[in-house]
Design a protein around this ligand. Structure first.
Ligand SMILES: [Zn+2]
Length: 250
């Protein structure tokens, strides 16, 4: 039966991932994502149901719009696939518990921020303010120990980023700071520090790689939000293992 649950969460994840793509692309532009049908951003052709199947449609259309032939960004199928994997990982990590609900909410937020920050270099307040009360309620239902951990975690995330913004004069943005404040509620103190550490590690490694491949220059504005998202998901699924491994070293 396990395999059925994993498949269910994976498929559910790809469908939600497809929706998060739309949310992430439309919300920063002030467009509606609930009333409008899905359409090709190039030729405005409305998409039919068989053009909306996560991952599969992309593969069958060989990555091109059936209306105008324009190449569809690899971002869409990649994020559909990742959301599927992260939904399945949520089930693996938390089983059918209330923590699973919190995990799925965190994955949703993380994926939408990857889309907005990657596409527009923007972490919209609208998205953070939508998720904030939901995550607070989810944390009250599944409290951390001690009870003040989420409050201190949120303040630490916010304060740490504020300090970096002041010192680095714009290395990170206000959006990153607010994103960390929201994640602090989820991870609490001290785990938010691990999210912070991993996000800078991912950012440093990838940026050195991109610089070496000459994909970016030192002056390029590289969005930091995706690194924060991947760091948050790493800690969500493997935080305990990482901390135990670290403690075994000292
Ligand atoms: Zn088109």
């Amino acid at each position: 039966m396990e395999i059925a649950y994993y498949s269910l969460f994976f498929i559910l994840g790809t469908i939600f991932g497809s929706f998060f793509n739309v949310v992430g692309l439309r919300v920063p532009k002030g467009k509606s994502f609930t009333t409008d049908r899905s359409y090709c951003p190039n030729c405005q052709k409305q998409l039919t149901w068989y053009e909306l199947i996560p991952i599969l449609s992309y593969l069958f259309q060989a990555g091109k719009c059936r209306g105008c032939g324009k190449t569809i960004g690899k971002l869409y199928p990649t994020l559909e696939l990742l959301t599927g994997l992260f939904f399945a990982l949520s089930y693996w990590r938390f089983d059918l518990t209330m923590e699973l609900v919190l995990s799925l909410i965190v994955v949703s937020l993380a994926i939408i921020i990857i889309v907005t920050d990657y596409t527009y270099t923007l972490i919209p307040n609208k998205i953070l303010l939508f998720f904030l009360p939901i995550l607070i309620i989810a944390r009250i239902v599944t409290p951390l120990n001690p009870w003040w951990s989420p409050i201190v975690g949120s303040m630490t995330g916010f304060g740490l980023l504020l300090l970096i913004i002041i010192v680095s004069k714009g290395g990170m943005g206000a959006g990153d700071m607010k994103y960390f404040a929201v994640l602090g509620i989820v991870f609490g103190f001290p785990n938010i520090l691990l999210v912070f550490f991993l996000s800078t590690l991912y950012g440093a490694v990838i940026n050195i790689g991109l610089l070496a491949l000459k994909k970016v220059t030192r002056k390029s504005k590289v969005p930091f939000g995706p690194y924060i998202s991947f760091a948050a998901l790493t800690v969500l699924f493997f935080g305990e293992q990482i901390i135990n491994w670290y403690l075994s070293l000292i």
